[in-house]
Design a protein around this ligand. Structure first.
Ligand SMILES: Cc1cc2nc3c(=O)[nH]c(=O)nc-3n(C[C@H](O)[C@H](O)[C@H](O)COP(=O)(O)OP(=O)(O)OC[C@H]3O[C@@H](n4cnc5c(N)ncnc54)[C@H](O)[C@@H]3O)c2cc1C
Length: 461
C-alpha cells in the first residue's frame, strides 16, 4: 500500500522542533530528489540548471535580481518576528502591497516575474493581496528567502518515510481517547465560576478551565464565544483570509524524467503548476510528480473537474518538461484545500495591508483563559509545521504558567539545533552582497561618463 502527502510534507534544516518531534515519535526522513537538473520554464522556453533557484546569465538582470533578493532579506531582518508592528518602517511597509514593492524595486519584467513566483508559491496568495510588511515578517520567520525556497539545505529538503500525517497519528495514539475526532467546536461559553463549556456540532459538551485554540484564526469566526471575543480580535479574524492551493499528484509508470537528466523540479512562469517536485518514493516505487497550483492559478482551476485538471496539468508538464510521456499518467490525485470546510485554504493566512500594524498584537493575546496557537501565530517558520509546533508548545506553556507550574520567562524557549541535520549557511555570498544594484551601476556609469567627458573637454577644448 502506498501513501501520499496532500498537505504539509516537507521539512528542512533549522526546523528544529519538527525534527525533534519526529525523532521522539520514531519517524524517519528521506531526501527529496534533486540529483539531476531542474527546469526554469518561461514563455515556451526551457532552461536547465543545477539546484532549486534558476541562475541568471544576463549580467544586468543578475544585478537586478541579486539586488531585490538581497534587499528583501535585509529588510526582513529589520522586522522583529515577535513584534513586526514595531519595525521602524512598519507603517510604510504595511501600507503597501508586495506588488507595489516589486514594481518599484525590479527593473526587468523577468526579475518581477521571478519575485511574483516566489511570493505566490511561498504564500499561496498573489503579491497584490499581501502587505509588504507581512511578507517581510514571513521571510524573517522562515529564515530568509533562499532557506524557504530551496530543496537541498532548504525547507523542501526531506520528507517523512510513511507520510507526514504520522506526526498527528502518533501523538494521538499517546493521548488515546482524549482525542475527539469529527467534533467541531461551535460554542465556547464561560460560566459564572469562570470555567468554560465547549459545545460541539454534535451537541456534546466539555468543561475546561483553560482552552487552547489551534483553529486557523480566520475560522474562529464560525465559533460563538460567550462573552464575545474582544473587538480587535473580532476584526482581525475577518481580515486574514487563508491562501489558495490545490496540491496535485500525477503518477507515472516510471520516473522517466530522470533518464532525460531532469530531477523533476520545474519552476514555471506560465501554466497551472507554479512549482513541481519529484515525489517518487525513496525505493523508486510510485513514480510521481507533485505539483502546486496556487493563488490565482488555483482559483482559475476551481471551476473545472478533477479530470479536466488532470488533463490540463499533464499538458502543462509535456510543455514545461518537453517530454510527451507526461500525457500518459497511470493515476492522478489532488486535494483542493479551498473546499476544505475546516481549513478554508492553506498553507496559512495571508495578511492584506494594514492588518499587521493595527491587529497583529492580538494574534497571540489570550482572552481570559483562552489561549491562541496555530501556525499563523508562530514567530518561527510561521505557515509551516514547525510554526504550528512552536505555537502549540508556547500556548501550552502559557497555560502552565497561568496554573503556576511553568516559569513565565520560559514560555517560548529557543529550540536547540538538531545535531544530525546540517544547516549550512544559505544566503547571499560575499560577492553577491557587494554587487551594486542596477540603479547604482547606472548612476556610477553616468557619473563616470560625465567625468570622462569633462576630462576629454578639458584636454581638447
Ligand atoms: C497543500 C499544503 C502543503 C503544505 N506544505 C507544507 C510543507 O511542505 N511543510 C510544512 O512545514 N508545512 C506545509 N504546509 C503548512 C502546514 O500544513 C501548516 O502550517 C500546518 O498544518 C498548520 O498547523 P495548525 O495546527 O496551525 O493548523 P491545521 O493543520 O490547519 O490544523 C487546524 C485544525 O483545526 C481543526 N478545526 C478547524 N475548525 C475547527 C473547529 N471549529 N473545531 C475543532 N477543530 C477545528 C481543523 O480540522 C484542523 O484539524 C502545507 C499546507 C498545505 C495545505
Amino acid at each position: 500500500m502506498g501513501y501520499t502527502d496532500f498537505g504539509g510534507a516537507y521539512v528542512g534544516p533549522t526546523q528544529n522542533r519538527v525534527l525533534r518531534l519526529a525523532k521522539e515519535l520514531g519517524l524517519t526522513f528521506y531526501y527529496v530528489n534533486e540529483k539531476e537538473l531542474s527546469i526554469d520554464y518561461r514563455k515556451g522556453k526551457r532552461r536547465m540548471y543545477q539546484g532549486t533557484i534558476p541562475p541568471v546569465w544576463n549580467p544586468l538582470v543578475l544585478l537586478d535580481l541579486n539586488n531585490v533578493m538581497r534587499e528583501v532579506d535585509a529588510f526582513a531582518k529589520l522586522v522583529p518576528v515577535d513584534a513586526p508592528w514595531s519595525a521602524e518602517r512598519a507603517v510604510e511597509w504595511d501600507s503597501m502591497t508586495v506588488k507595489e514593492y516589486i514594481s518599484k524595486a525590479c527593473w526587468f519584467s523577468c526579475t518581477a516575474s521571478v519575485m511574483r513566483l516566489a511570493v505566490s508559491s511561498l504564500l499561496t496568495s498573489e503579491p497584490h493581496e499581501l502587505s509588504f510588511l507581512s511578507f517581510l515578517w514571513y521571510i524573517h520567520s522562515g529564515q530568509g528567502i533562499l532557506r524557504m525556497a530551496n530543496i537541498t539545505n532548504g525547507a523542501q529538503e526531506r520528507k517523512f518515510v510513511g507520510g507526514a500525517q504520522q506526526l498527528s497519528e502518533r501523538m494521538a495514539e499517546r493521548l488515546g481517547t482524549r482525542v475527539k475526532l469529527s467534533q467541531p467546536c461551535i460554542r465556547v461559553e464561560q460560566t459564572q465560576n469562570g470555567d468554560y463549556i465547549i459545545t460541539t456540532k454534535n451537541n456534546d459538551h466539555y468543561r475546561a478551565n483553560h482552552i487552547i485554540s489551534a483553529v486557523p484564526q480566520a475560522l474562529l469566526n464560525r465559533i460563538e464565544f460567550i462573552p464575545t471575543l474582544p473587538p480587535l480580535k473580532i476584526q482581525l479574524i475577518q481580515r486574514i483570509p487563508m491562501g489558495s492551493i490545490i496540491k496535485t499528484m500525477t503518477f507515472y509508470k516510471t520516473a522517466f524524467w530522470r533518464d532525460y537528466g531532469c530531477c523533476g523540479s520545474v519552476i514555471s512562469h506560465n501554466g497551472p503548476v507554479v512549482y513541481c517536485i519529484d515525489d517518487t518514493k525513496p525505493d523508486g516505487s510510485f513514480p510521481c510528480i507533485m505539483g502546486f497550483v496556487v493563488a490565482d492559478r488555483a482559483r482559475e482551476l476551481c471551476g473545472t473537474t478533477p479530470e479536466e485538471r488532470k488533463k490540463t496539468i499533464c499538458k502543462h508538464y509535456v510543455e514545461s518538461f518537453g517530454m510527451k510521456e507526461f500525457m500518459h499518467p497511470v493515476n492522478y490525485a489532488e486535494k483542493n484545500w479551498m473546499e476544505e470546510e475546516y481549513s478554508g485554504g492553506c498553507y496559512t493566512s495571508g495578511m492584506p495591508p494594514g492588518v499587521l500594524t493595527k491587529y497583529g498584537r492580538v494574534l497571540r493575546e489570550p482572552f481570559g483563559d483562552i489561549y491562541f496557537a496555530g501556525t499563523e501565530s508562530a514567530t518561527y517558520w510561521s505557515g509551516y509545521m514547525e510554526g504550528a509546533i512552536q505555537a502549540g508548545e508556547r500556548a501550552a506553556r502559557e497555560v502552565l504558567a497561568a496554573m503556576g507550574t511553568e516559569n513565565p520567562s520560559n514560555i517560548d524557549p529557543i529550540e536547540p539545533a538538531d545535531a544530525d541535520v546540517s544547516d549550512t549557511f544559505i544566503g547571499p555570498s560575499r560577492l553577491e552582497l557587494m554587487l551594486p544594484s542596477l540603479g547604482a551601476l547606472l548612476t556610477l556609469s553616468s557619473i563616470g561618463g560625465a567625468v570622462i567627458a569633462c576630462a576629454v573637454a578639458y584636454k581638447y577644448i
